[in-house]
Design a protein around this ligand. Structure first.
Ligand code: NAP
Length: 208
């Protein structure tokens, strides 16, 4: 951890593959911080996202480095490498338990994309997860809210109160689009921090 750890009562975990991190993620995290009164948001790039074990991703340490560069200018943000250091699939329950040990007494909010959150019933130890952590599901423009509410309806009644959603227009930016732009030599300026863009260029990422 690069920034000071202190006692906090409301804490956000920004979970994602971040391949690469972009302004949509940063705006979502800042929006969640403000809306939910979070004192700190910790960005935790997934080492091996459990649902992407057979998909080729950029090396975890490179995704972590891009995340570190992206959050550097926001005093409320920090990055942690716990998921890339933990062997095996990056199960969210293991991460939330570890964060809860590091920040005893903090209410943890796990922020991620709505598509991911509404698959939560298939996640490891979901009942325990929902009992110790609240979820903020970030949606992008054009996201099918009816479908989202239908999926939300499939969550156990007891847990519905722990899943919130947040519309984030800046999430029109997507990692998939950025990777394709780089591959095709099209501009990515203003879609992600310049430091991240420079890192992508100087390390020849997404060019294959
Ligand atoms: P994903 O399936 O790649 O993402 C789904 C959608 O959400 C994409 O449109 C993505 O856009 C967006 N998104 C991803 N992270 C976001 C964030 N932090 N804020 C706003 N939008 C976001 O999801 P993923 O990134 O691989 O996984 C999301 C998180 O859920 C990870 O932390 C992962 O470890 C966790 N997860 C846990 C389990 C489990 O414990 N069993 C299972 C699945 C996922 P971009 O492509 O532009 O990012």
């Amino acid at each position: 951890m690069s920034k000071e750890v202190r006692q906090v009562s409301r804490l956000g975990i920004m979970g994602g593959t971040f391949d690469p991190i972009h302004y949509g993620h940063l705006v979502a995290a800042e929006g969640a911080r403000y809306e939910y009164g979070l004192e700190k948001v910790i960005f935790i790039p997934a080492g091996q996202p459990p649902h992407k074990l057979n998909i080729k991703l950029t090396e975890p340490w490179r995704r972590f480095e891009m995340t570190r560069l992206a959050v550097a200018t926001n005093p409320y943000f920090q990055e942690m490498s716990i998921e890339i250091e933990r062997p095996g699939p990056s199960y969210t329950i293991d991460t939330v338990l570890e964060i809860s040990r590091l920040f005893p007494g903090a209410q943890v909010y796990f922020i991620t994309g709505a598509d991911a959150v509404f698959e939560i019933l298939s996640w490891k130890r979901v009942e325990q997860l929902l009992s110790i952590c609240k979820f903020i599901a970030a949606t992008r423009p054009g996201y099918n809210l009816d479908e989202m509410w239908r999926k939300r309806g499939t969550l156990p009644q007891d847990f519905k109160k722990n899943v919130f959603y947040m519309e984030v227009p800046a999430l029109a930016i997507s990692s998939t689009d950025i990777r394709q732009r780089v591959r095709e030599g099209r501009p990515v300026k203003y879609l992600l921090p310049e430091t991240v863009e420079e890192y992508i260029t100087s390390n020849n990422i997404y060019r294959d």
